[in-house]
Design a protein around this ligand. Structure first.
Ligand SMILES: N[C@@H](CCC(=O)N[C@@H](CS)C(=O)NCC(=O)O)C(=O)O
Length: 235
């Protein structure tokens, strides 16, 4: 996180390892907006988080002038509309905007769930999920043909939304000792992730690598242990 000057009018309830809250931090920093950052404890959610996001009870939540906004994609659009005099995040033309939203939903509704399932889903579903995840990554690979970033020549909405694929996926691959995305299988996505991570505003808003890998190692082990317990219960 960039330690922007404190602004009592705007605060972000976030989590250090959440790609969703990092999306918002990247957008705020791209716009050069100061905000106050509050780290949430997801195991022990604060009364403020529960009050600000009673429907999903998740981070990120952006609170501006006391009014909360939840869901990272919604927050990104709010930031872009609210500060439309600063660097644009969404494309300018309605068709390109619609397409960016289409792919953002594809990432959140199809791509990320298939990747999670491939790494810590039920064992008998992992192989199928891996195939699904590769097909989904392939669709994104095609989207990058002829472009440096999803947003064109510089990073935009869809690049920010895809942040998980650029950084978190590598940490999960390292933790699990299993690879979905390699330079050989996805050359365009691999080049894109290097370019994306090299952007100053992105680099400054990524969780520490070793801590993230350790976090996923624990998560993957916990998923294995709970499967083992379930099997023992049913056998
Ligand atoms: N669709 C949401 C997803 C947010 C999300 O899953 N946040 C996680 C942290 S990565 C969370 O707060 N989890 C708490 C919980 O599930 O109880 C968004 O885009 O903001």
């Amino acid at each position: 996180m960039i330690m922007a000057a404190m602004d009592p009018d705007m605060k972000l309830l976030g989590l250090w390892c959440s790609p969703f809250s990092k999306r918002v931090e990247i957008a705020l920093c791209l716009k050069g907006l100061p905000y106050d950052y509050i780290e949430e404890d997801i195991q022990n959610k604060s009364p403020e988080l529960l009050k600000c996001n009673p429907v999903h009870k998740k981070v990120p939540v952006l609170v501006r002038d006391g009014k909360p906004i939840a869901e990272s994609l919604v927050i990104l659009e709010y930031i872009d509309e609210m500060w439309n005099d600063k660097l644009a995040i969404l494309p300018e033309q309605p068709y390109e905007r619609a397409m960016a939203r289409f792919w953002a939903r594809f990432i959140d509704e199809k791509c990320l769930p298939s990747i999670w399932k491939a790494f810590w889903g039920p064992e008998n579903e992992q192989v199928r999920a891996e195939k699904e995840a590769r097909d989904n990554l392939n669709a994104l690979e095609k989207e990058l043909e002829g472009k440096k970033f999803f947003g064109g020549t510089s990073i935009g909405y869809l690049d920010i939304v895809a942040n998980f694929i650029a950084y978190w996926l590598d940490a999960i691959q390292k933790a699990a000792g299993k690879k979905l995305l390699t330079k050989e299988s996805f050359p365009l996505l691999s080049k894109w992730k290097d370019d994306f991570i090299a952007c100053k505003v992105v680099k400054e808003n990524l969780p520490p690598w070793e801590r993230l890998v350790a976090y996923y190692q624990i998560r993957i082990e916990a998923a294995k242990a709970s499967k083992y317990e379930e099997n023992n219960k049913t056998n």
